[in-house]
Design a protein around this ligand. Sequence first.
Ligand SMILES: Nc1ncnc2c1ncn2[C@@H]1O[C@H](COP(=O)(O)OP(=O)(O)O)[C@@H](O)[C@H]1O
Ligand SMILES: [Mg+2]
Length: 465
Amino acid sequence: MMEAAILDAVNGGKLGQLAGLSARYADPAFSVAHGGHVRTIAAGHYTVAGLSKHVRLGEFVAHRSATGIHLGEVVRVEPDIIYVCPIEPGEPIGIGDTVIRKGAFRVAPDESWCGRTINSLGEPIDGKGPIARGLHPRSIANTAPPSMTRSRVEKGFRTGVRAIDIFSPLCLGQRLGIFAGSGVGKSTLLSMLARADAFDKVVIALVGERGREVREFIEDTLGEHMSKSIAIVATSDESPMLRKMAPLVAITVAEHFRDQGDNVLFIADSVTRFAHAIREVAVAAGEPPIARGYPASVFTELPRLLERAGPGVEGTGTITAIISILVDGDNHNDPIADSTRGILDGHIVLDRSLAEEGRYPPINPLASISRLARKAWTEDQEKLVSRLKSLVHRYEETRDLRLIGGYRAGSDPDLDMAIKQVPVIYEVLKQTPGEKPTLDAYADLANALRAAAGQGNPQSAIARR
Ligand SMILES: Nc1ncnc2c1ncn2[C@@H]1O[C@H](COP(=O)(O)OP(=O)(O)O)[C@@H](O)[C@H]1O
Ligand SMILES: [Mg+2]
């Protein structure tokens, strides 16, 4: 108030300018920054003296060199020095260079970001010109809203992918993982899910993919949904810092739209590559590995990222998270798969053997679960799915026996029904990315079973539905 009054009184004069400057520097964003200087340099990190008391873990610092200003993240703080991981590898660093504190890394999402592809620094990389900064910058290291203030997850939605809508239906605000080895069909399934109609915005983090795959994903699969989608990309040739930041930037963008009331779909492909990036950064900072080469920070960062998805506080929108997890050598017990499974509200398991049979999407309906399926199913549907699962289970467990001719039709009515109906069910579950999303997967299934059973077959309980 005082400053404003002075400003009015001496409008335009020297005193006025001084008051303006004083008001400006009272804002923490413009306050004088703390600085230090580079002490040692190693591959992957450098250390800085003079900042230990002024920075926090995870904050950013700016290093000034002959080629400009380069950002780095504080990955370790000791009494005399801090360890910094530079964002861009190969920047020229010299002993004694000046390093200043920047604080948290912030992005300022805006409605105009829809349809755009950006990198982890929030810069456009799609050649469509500059992007506008939103009015509300947000730290990418944000934390999740307190759990008791969040609204509940209970509204089902249709994904348009039959195998999921029937066996493991999802709810808005759910966190789902897709687990599979490489080349089994994770990215393709994610791209099919990205087209679900239930969402106002789709925010996609592509981490550690090859550049070619990224273009394919964005151009081919999003297609008509591009206008409500934002992609944040860090390809495999980028620094571990940039790969680590991509999902954090993406979830921050998703939070921005959720707080505006949107139902947002957050997709991360793949979370394993995100974990690898965290591992690379941590190892460079000297953090000891605890599980299969992964340092402890991996297992704290993963829940922190996923916890930020979910419903917002009452009155805002939701973030539904669908993430892919690469299981090394199809070993579903690797530490990343293990630790993420516990944080998620469901997992879809893709089997290489189904892919080899050409049964795409290769979803194993018996191994996949949605912990919120009950909220999405009607009572009838729940009963039906339980019946379908037991048929599929019966069919699969007798597969070898039947192959060697060890089963004679007619001796087990349940198995006879499974033999008749399961191949029809499998056929209904097949779906290519080019196909239109299904509106009612149950109706498709019922129609197919009815057609296969022939009209009025009294044996088939399901076909009569
Ligand atoms: N629904 C599908 N329909 C037809 N082919 C598919 C389908 N899903 C995956 N594929 C085939 O599998 C290949 C690998 O899929 P991709 O999604 O890239 O695997 P991942 O992301 O697990 O490495 C694709 O190039 C495609 O040929
Ligand atoms: Mg992939």
